[in-house]
Design a protein around this ligand. Structure first.
Ligand code: GAR
Length: 196
């Protein structure tokens, strides 16, 4: 099997969708859910799907050997970020080149970069009176939200919509498209697939 680690800080709705999508998959499985918060939604997702979950301290995320040992322990092949708000250490980006995916709730490069996450993105979209927004799945490199884009899709904004209503529509797109994008990427990736 090919193992995914999901890293998430917030409610965990994308993590739940991904766990569900791969729960009976022939090739890909979620081997661990990792958060930086004890109260993150991923812990109940982990319980519901019978998957291990961990809460790491900020200092542990900064400890290269510790984080790499943890990923090796869970035989992690790909890292999937689903609303994860800490910076991924360089050593992990180095070790998992082109194997870390992130989801962002806008049409990157618009509304990306440090400090642009979650509701801040939707509020900025509303503030600028944009008539379109969407979601982006991209590879993670050493710069916030600047890695290669793997998938984007958009939705229209009615000027009467609030930023919360925009967020709901974008989240629906995320739930629909993140898992198949992960699957397509992993299955078409030219790395040798493991056989056990
Ligand atoms: C999602 O909308 C995701 O795109 C966003 O956090 C939310 C997590 O929701 N990520 C970012 O803003 C990253 N810059 P969830 O916890 O319900 O999956």
């Amino acid at each position: 099997m090919i193992n995914i680690a999901i890293l998430a800080s917030g409610g965990g709705s994308n993590a739940r969708e991904i766990c569900n999508y791969f729960s009976k998959h022939a090739v890909v499985r979620v081997s661990v859910l990792i958060s930086n918060r004890l109260d993150a939604g991923v812990h109940s997702v982990a319980t519901d799907f019978g998957i291990s979950s961990l809460t790491l301290k900020k200092s542990q995320f900064g400890d290269c050997q510790f984080i790499l040992d943890t990923l090796i322990h869970y035989q992690v092949d790909y890292i999937v970020l689903a609303g994860f708000l800490l910076l991924i250490p360089d050593c992990v980006i180095e070790a998992y080149q082109k194997k870390i995916l992130n989801i962002h709730p806008s049409l990157l490069p618009k509304y990306g970069g440090q400090g642009m996450y979650g509701h801040y993105v939707h509020e900025a979209v509303k503030e600028n009176n944009d008539l379109k927004t969407g979601m982006t799945v991209h590879l993670v490199n050493d710069k916030y939200d600047e890695g290669e884009i793997l998938f984007q899709t958009s939705c229209d904004i009615n000027p009467s919509m609030t930023s919360d209503e925009i967020a709901v529509n974008v989240l629906k797109l995320e739930h629909k498209y993140y898992s198949p994008t992960i699957e397509n990427y992993i299955l078409s990736h030219k790395f040798v697939l493991k056989t056990n």
